[in-house]
Write a protein that binds this ligand. Structure first.
Ligand code: TRP
Length: 367
């Protein structure tokens, strides 16, 4: 079976290291290993508008930021299609037809939507578009017949709902037109949900606890040096906790044995460092400096590529335009197949025309 990969992000802000370790890194690795047939990366502006209808500028401004983030982590437009959701109109059409296969109560049970509704304090004022975005996300995935969707853990209910829609469609219209997607999660536990630098469970712009891919070295240093550790670990000699110690959570997500060889050769690996920290005798400054070295190793090439593309904004624009054109062609093809399975492709259906002709064959005009 072909390996078709699709994933995307809402352009509500710049991407941060949580996005990187949770999904972007995975995408670049898949791309570089060439283990796929087609890969699509979508800037989900239409989905971002479902809870930002009154603030389209915010979405518009962040399309370029997200595109630059994609290119700077090493996604290569000659190997992957980067496109803008709102410019692939087949997605909205597919969403409309899929809506008929989904019940209101099923949407109400979607844990991600439930949680987001709570977070946004929508209460009785949930926009319909927001409430139904899992259906539109199923359209994003199925339009490309994607079978692999690299995402964060919070997106699992979306993939599950997409699978149900695929199942329902193929059953109701008696044709295997759509393909069931699988989610691909990052391998390490810590990478699934990277906390903010303040230890808060979520990195969010409003909490000011994110390290962005576009941050300067000075910003990254300031943020890492200000990170939360174990509040009872005051003197270097104090025993320390590594659980819920944000610096160690980050080291879980980012450090490799190579980093130890390079930056902290007195330890073989993270377990050794953790054990020493637990016993006492390791200062917080030391672990923070180690983390900073690791982050800089990752972020330096990202910053360099960003600079390259920032100097070529017109080129980035064409990448998005070309990508959106290509994505439209692919999605239109699926839309055609969907309409055909539903038998609403009236003008391509010779059989239907023939049926009408015969039905009214006796009614000749009198003249
Ligand atoms: N819901 C995703 C997010 O919030 C963005 C998204 C939209 C997406 N459509 C998708 C992700 C399709 C994967 C596949 O980040």
């Amino acid at each position: 079976m072909k390996k078709i990969i699709l994933t995307g992000d809402r352009p509500t802000g710049r991407l941060h290291i949580g996005h990187y370790v949770g999904s972007l890194k995975n995408r670049v690795e898949i791309q570089n290993k060439g283990q796929y047939d087609e890969m699509y990366i979508m800037i989900a502006d239409a989905q971002a508008l479902t809870d930002n209808a009154d603030n389209p500028e915010k979405i518009r401004e962040n399309i370029m930021e997200v595109a630059l983030d994609y290119l700077s982590v090493g996604l290569d437009p000659s190997r992957v299609t980067i496109f803008i959701q709102s410019h692939v109109s087949a997605l909205t059409e597919l969403t409309f037809y899929y809506s008929n296969l989904v019940t209101v109560s099923r949407l109400q049970r979607n844990p991600t939507v439930k949680n987001e509704i709570k977070l946004r304090n929508f209460e009785a004022n949930i926009p319909v578009g927001f409430f139904t975005y899992p259906i539109s996300q199923a359209a994003d995935i199925t339009a490309f017949k994607a079978n692999i969707v690299p995402v964060g853990e919070d997106q699992l209910p979306m993939i599950e709902q997409a699978r149900e829609i695929v199942h329902a469609f193929n059953r109701v219209y008696k044709k295997d037109v759509l393909v069931k997607p699988e989610a691909v999660l990052p391998e390490t536990e810590a990478a699934l949900r990277l906390p903010g630098t303040d230890g808060n469970a979520k990195m969010s712009k409003s909490l000011g606890n994110c390290i962005y891919l576009a941050d300067s070295k000075e910003e990254v240093e300031r943020k890492i040096m200000g990170m939360y550790t174990d509040p009872d670990h005051i003197h270097v000699s104090d025993p320390g906790k590594v659980e819920n110690n944000t610096v160690f959570t980050y080291l879980d997500a980012f450090s490799t044995e190579k980093d130890f060889q390079k930056f902290l050769p007195e330890y073989k690996n993270l377990d050794e460092l953790k054990n020493h920290y637990r016993r006492g005798g390791v200062g917080d400054v030391k672990i923070k400096k180690f983390l900073l070295n690791i982050m800089e190793e990752i972020l330096t090439p990202i910053r360099e590529r960003r600079k390259y593309y920032e100097a070529r904004i017109d080129e980035v624009y064409s990448i998005l335009e070309e990508g959106s054109k290509h994505a439209s062609e692919v999605a239109n093809k699926t839309l055609q197949e969907v309409k055909e399975a539903m038998k609403i492709n009236y003008f391509e259906d010779q059989e239907l025309l023939e049926t009408y002709r015969q039905k009214y064959a006796g009614n000749k005009e009198e003249n």
